[in-house]
Design a protein around this ligand. Structure first.
Ligand code: NAD
Length: 242
């Protein structure tokens, strides 16, 4: 049983999907949670005991700097924000690559920089970065930009873990398969034939179904409290990467 009582967790992209489920799971485990997102209306639905909310666009360096009163308090950071680009290398523009790098890698790096001084001063911190099995774990068709940038998340996770393991800070990466979230459903709908595309996504999961955001949130809680684990990638993918 992971007990996060007395800890403060900051979650990015907390208004929907995996981020939202993780806010609720972290609170359930006893943490105080700072839930951040750009969707203030949906964030407002999260307000409750041991939850505070704040608008934070992780693409905005000034906004991250201005949020130092929040980031300085974080004992746990769940770096969840990310974007999926669909297509092969021939269908990816430089702009697609730049945008995905900015959101999936650079913003995550800035958040790590923002929370690290406080964690090092307290000699305790847990950083959990959202990667994907579509990364250095597995080549997935039509996920060129996504795979490149999520592989970079694994690299940044291991680098931070190696640099700060002696200062009480752990840093791990989560690599989900396909998880049933609003962004996934939007991508399925964008293909035109929602039902056929969804069935194809289910068929590629050997376990026979899509993942649930709550299942990923359980792993976030585990890694927040797993005091002997750092620098690792944690596949949670219904057997996709076997
Ligand atoms: N759903 C999947 O199948 C899956 C699989 C593997 C990894 N992931 C990763 O999980 C993470 C969350 O995905 P999800 O499917 O839960 O998404 P989601 O669409 O359900 O939620 C995404 C959230 O991100 C917020 N957001 C977007 N841009 C932002 C910004 N600049 N700053 C702050 N917040 C911003 C949105 O407002 C939204 O609340 C992403 O990094 C994604 O790559 C998802």
């Amino acid at each position: 049983m992971i007990d996060l009582s007395g800890r403060t967790a900051l979650v990015t992209a907390a208004a929907h999907g995996i981020g939202r489920a993780s806010v609720l799971a972290l609170v359930e485990a006893g943490a105080h949670v700072i839930a951040t997102d750009i969707d203030e209306r949906s964030l407002a639905e999260l307000q409750g005991e041991r939850i505070e909310t704040a608008r934070l666009d992780v693409l905005d360096r000034d906004a991250i700097d201005a949020a130092s009163a929040l980031t300085a308090r974080a004992d746990i950071l769940f770096n969840c924000a990310g974007v999926v680009h669909g297509g092969t290398v021939l269908e990816a523009s430089d702009e697609d690559l730049d945008f995905a790098y900015a959101l999936n890698v650079k913003a995550m790096t800035r958040m790590v920089r923002a929370v690290l001084p406080g964690m090092i001063a307290r000699r305790e911190g847990a950083i959990i970065n959202m990667a994907s099995v579509a990364s250095s774990v597995k080549g997935v068709p039509n996920r060129f930009v996504y795979g490149v940038t999520k592989a970079a998340v694994i690299g940044l996770t291991k680098a931070v873990a190696a640099d700060h393991v002696g200062q009480g800070v752990r840093c791990n990466a989560i690599c989900p398969g396909t998880v049933d979230t609003p962004s996934l459903n939007a991508r399925l709908a964008a293909q035109g034939d929602y039902d056929t595309t969804r069935a194809a996504f289910v068929a590629r999961q050997p376990i026979g179904r899509l993942g649930r955001a709550e299942e990923i949130a359980d792993l976030v809680v585990y890694l927040a409290g797993a005091t002997y684990t750092t620098g690792q990638i944690h596949n949670i993918d219904g057997g996709w990467s076997i």
